[in-house]
Write a protein that binds this ligand. Structure first.
Ligand code: ADP
Ligand code: 5GP
Length: 234
């Protein structure tokens, strides 16, 4: 089954929740002192590899661990890669409005917990969300300061090669992911930045530059600027 489009996730059209209001009122932005970076890419483009490298380079950037109903893969750690939950538990979290966004991808549910993201942002750290295009559409509508990056592979052939040589999916799964990729890549214009993952070092550097430039945005530095202005007696 391909990606479930149009959006089957949370209700992106609804008004902001109390958490979102609180974050906006408290900090003058949806992101508190920390900021939010959303990264999306078709499966196999190298997103996990890039995210690992970026997190290792930037200690104040924290990976948001999603909840999912899919099965744990070999080598994945509970609470580190995902929180693996039953569909029933996931649905009760939806009912309790515990997600910033959620979506169904490849037949499984995935969601970003509000509590977790709020904790990271309130600590003044930046949070990185590795979510699909449906999740990004929801975040975009609710948290206007979130920065987003779409990662493209250099070509279809290279994506196929990476998926095949990763040896983590059956040939049918590879086909399914390639079919979904054709749809997913059409969403790249919805993102603030585009990074082509041709060479790993270059793509990692581009992501680092995006995070660092994001930290210099006026709204992110407002508190600091006001403190400095106060020393002028203003
Ligand atoms: P994703 O998380 O997007 O599904 P992965 O990070 O698992 O993708 O990468 C897919 C495969 O491609 C992995 O085997 C990874 O080592 C390889 N890969 C990632 N980036 C590059 C790159 N720039 N050049 C060559 N191979 C890459
Ligand atoms: P995988 O199962 O291969 O780890 O991830 C499949 C897809 O689900 C990827 O595109 C990934 O970005 C996306 N995904 C992971 N976590 C979330 C989430 O919390 N929300 C949404 N919307 N997508 C997610």
């Amino acid at each position: 089954m391909g990606l479930a489009l149009p959006c089957r996730g949370g209700d992106a059209g609804r008004p902001p929740t109390s958490l979102e209001h609180r974050m906006m009122e408290k900090h003058g932005s949806s992101c508190g002192r920390g900021s939010m970076l959303v990264i999306s890419a078709p499966s196999g483009a190298g997103k996990s590899t890039l995210v690992r490298r970026l997190i290792a380079l930037l200690p104040d950037l924290v990976f948001s661990v999603s909840h999912t109903t899919r099965r744990q893969r070999e080598g994945e750690k509970e609470g580190q890669d995902y929180f693996f939950v039953t569909r029933r538990r996931f649905e009760s979290m939806i009912a309790a409005d515990e997600f910033i966004e959620w979506a169904e991808v490849f037949g499984h549910l995935y969601g970003t917990s509000k509590a977790q993201v709020e904790k990271i942002l309130v600590d003044g750290r930046d949070v990185l969300l590795d979510i699909d295009v449906q999740g990004h559409q929801q975040v975009r509508k609710r948290l206007h300061d979130a920065l987003s990056v779409f990662i493209l592979p250099p070509s279809f052939e290279e994506l196929k090669r990476r998926l095949t040589e990763r040896h983590s999916d059956s040939p049918q799964d590879v086909e399914r992911r390639l079919t979904a990729a054709c749809q997913e890549i059409s969403h790249w214009p919805e993102y603030d930045y585009l990074v082509v993952n041709d060479r790993l070092a270059r793509a990692t550097e581009a992501l680092r530059a995006i995070v660092q430039t994001g930290r210099l945005r006026r709204q992110i530095q407002a508190e600091r600027a006001e403190e400095i202005c106060r020393t002028f007696g203003g």
